[in-house]
Write a protein that binds this ligand. Structure first.
Ligand SMILES: [Zn+2]
Length: 221
């Protein structure tokens, strides 16, 4: 079950909405045609000060900022970025930590991919917060080319030009490639993965870099 929002989170969300409204006139002076868009990005930047949009591929950045502007102004949902682009060294560090934590490469690959396979390194992946924002993005992100791609990672979205078949976990992509190469199956339209167990539970599991309970709480701040 998704834990209910705390009073503190509700207050912070309300304050963020108020700040965004107050920033609209200033944003209008800067960019009259996109004042609400700009004010929303500023307010969310204040709400999630640790987030960094740097290094995202241009199409990913455009999709994410426009999607969260719609979430914000139309539905009042806040979407922050926990982790976007990572360089290869950072991805390698996270991967090796996960290998050490789980005790095997194959187990680690169910949560983290090595740099050469990671969409984070290519600037196409977004780990978002909080769970309510992730749920909004899962329901509406497709209009912007943003899709949840793994059953076991409610927070992870990727920019795609074609809606992907959702996989049970990151390692499944490699298994799938091997199987397709072996048996010549089509990549798109194959529904066999749909029969995997799909734990559609938000808050079930956390990003590897937020394995610590204190950090988990931080995800909702
Ligand atoms: Zn991710």
């Amino acid at each position: 079950m998704n834990p209910p929002l705390t009073i503190k989170e509700c207050v912070l969300a309300a304050v963020t909405r108020l700040v965004a409204v107050l920033l609209v006139p200033i944003a209008f002076c800067r960019a009259p045609g996109s004042a609400r868009f700009l004010a929303c990005q500023w307010a969310l930047g204040l709400r999630f000060p640790a987030e960094s949009l740097r290094g995202l591929a241009p199409e990913t950045l455009t999709a994410f900022t426009h999607a969260r502007a719609e979430a914000f102004w139309r539905d009042g949902q806040l979407i922050g970025l926990t982790s976007g682009h990572r360089d290869a060294a950072e991805q390698h560090r996270i991967f090796t930590e996960e290998v050490r934590r789980t005790g095997s490469v194959s187990a680690a690959r169910r949560r983290v991919l090595p740099p050469q396979e990671s969409s984070h390194v290519r600037g196409l992946a977004l780990d978002v917060r909080p769970t309510e924002g992730a749920r909004w993005l899962e329901q509406h992100g497709g209009r912007y080319g943003l899709y949840r791609v793994y059953d076991n990672e409610w927070w992870h979205f990727e920019y795609r030009t074609v809606e992907p078949v959702r996989l049970p976990h990151p390692a499944a992509a490699a298994w799938r490639s091997e199987r397709d190469a072996t048996y010549g199956h089509q990549i798109h339209g194959d529904e066999s993965w749909r029969h995997e167990t799909r734990p559609d539970v938000y808050g079930n599991g956390w990003p590897p870099m937020y394995a610590d309970p204190a950090e988990r709480r931080g995800m909702h701040l």
